[in-house]
Design a protein around this ligand. Structure first.
Ligand code: NAP
Length: 325
């Protein structure tokens, strides 16, 4: 495994991290607790040092599982978690009031069985709390030693600039993949300018880019509500999967590896966090660090991507107001 640095912070992490959400949240079916702990520990054995969770995953249970799994190797890994929802429950709305951020930090420290959160992200911008106050609160938590670094998720350029002026961000975590490339327009240049790392979430397009998606969603699977995951959109977007499969064949890799290698090739400070509940897929995904996409490959992929129009929103209408503030 090779390492990458997150922005100007002192956080050095494996070039591919593990998104732990799906073990407890988001896809309807959750992993057995023992299996989840085993998977996380297997990831450490294979060189993964960057683990992503959130208060809202479960809610609460994912942090607890991650905490138990990583307790024996705490000093070898970087744990990222997130605050920002009322009582930790996304359906209850946003809450980034300073007192709430402090409460989440304390409770997360307990669940994660640790004395510091390595990277503490604001999960979504709260329109009722100025980002300066959020950044200032995390700055205080850093001064107190409870948090090492600050991050934001799905924040827009103005919010990033304003927050960064109060407490420099180590990382932005937002969706970015071959089928959601909006960050290329304004976000990547801004992060480059400010020296902030980028952690693409849903780097496999929530499974779509792997070519293995079974479009029958379990009850509670978020994708069942997402326009982009409905049958008509999936059929319209099949050209993208075909492209990824063709590149994979040429590179003697798998589609998942191509999707991840493509992200790694965009900037040296990008660290994707694919999620899986399965050991063989974890091994496959981290193998992406060995797939070499040349500049010529990236150029020809860019040309091919420009010819594919992606159909369907990535969030249901009710969620659209939560993103890119
Ligand atoms: N900041 C935010 O708002 C936000 C939002 C969403 C996610 N996240 C973070 O980002 C992480 C990753 O995102 P994500 O899990 O939503 O999407 P993802 O990593 O793009 O895709 C995960 C899906 O792909 C499947 N998969 C994984 N590896 C595969 C492979 N090699 N071949 C075939 N299928 C594969 C998984 O199923 P199996 O489990 O069956 O392998 C799962 O259904 C999350 O775990 C979470 O930590 C953050």
């Amino acid at each position: 495994m090779i390492n990458r640095k997150l922005g100007a912070s002192d956080l050095e992490v494996s070039a591919i991290g593990l998104g732990c959400m799906g073990l407890s949240h988001g896809y309807g079916v959750t992993a057995d607790r023992g299996d989840a702990i085993q998977l996380i520990r297997a990831a450490v054995d294979k060189g993964v040092t960057f683990f992503d969770t959130a208060e809202a995953y479960g809610p609460f249970t994912n942090e607890d599982v991650v905490g138990e799994a990583l307790e024996p190797v705490r000093d070898q890994v970087v744990i990222a978690t997130k605050f920002g929802f009322a009582e930790g429950v996304p359906e209850k709305g946003l809450d980034s009031r300073p007192e709430r951020i402090r409460q989440v930090a304390d409770e997360a420290l307990t669940r994660l069985r640790t004395d510091r959160i390595d990277l503490f992200y604001q999960h979504r911008i709260d329109p009722n709390v100025p980002v300066e106050d959020v950044a200032g609160t995390v700055k205080d938590l850093i001064a107190e030693g409870k948090v090492r670094a600050f991050g934001m998720s799905e924040a827009g350029p103005d919010a990033i600039r304003r927050a960064h002026a109060v407490q420099p961000l180590a990382a932005l975590q937002s969706e970015y993949s071959m089928w959601w490339r909006e960050p290329e327009e304004k976000i990547l240049p801004l992060l480059e300018e400010l020296g902030i790392g980028f952690v693409p979430f849903a780097p496999l397009g929530k499974g779509f880019l792997t070519g293995k998606l079974e479009a029958t969603y379990a009850e509670g699977d978020f994708r069942g509500m997402v326009p982009r995951f409905q049958a008509d959109a999936l059929a319209a977007n099949q050209a993208l999967v075909d492209l990824v499969k063709a590149i994979a064949e040429e590179k003697e890799a798998t589609p998942a590896q191509v999707a991840l290698a493509w992200l790694l090739a965009q900037r040296p400070w990008i660290v994707p966090i694919p999620g899986t509940t399965k050991l063989h897929r974890l091994e496959e995904n981290i193998g992406a660090v060995n797939i070499d996409l040349t500049t010529a490959d990236i150029d020809s992929i860019a040309k091919a991507l420009a010819g594919i129009k992606i159909v369907g929103d990535r969030y249901p209408a009710s969620y659209q107001t939560l993103i890119n503030r």
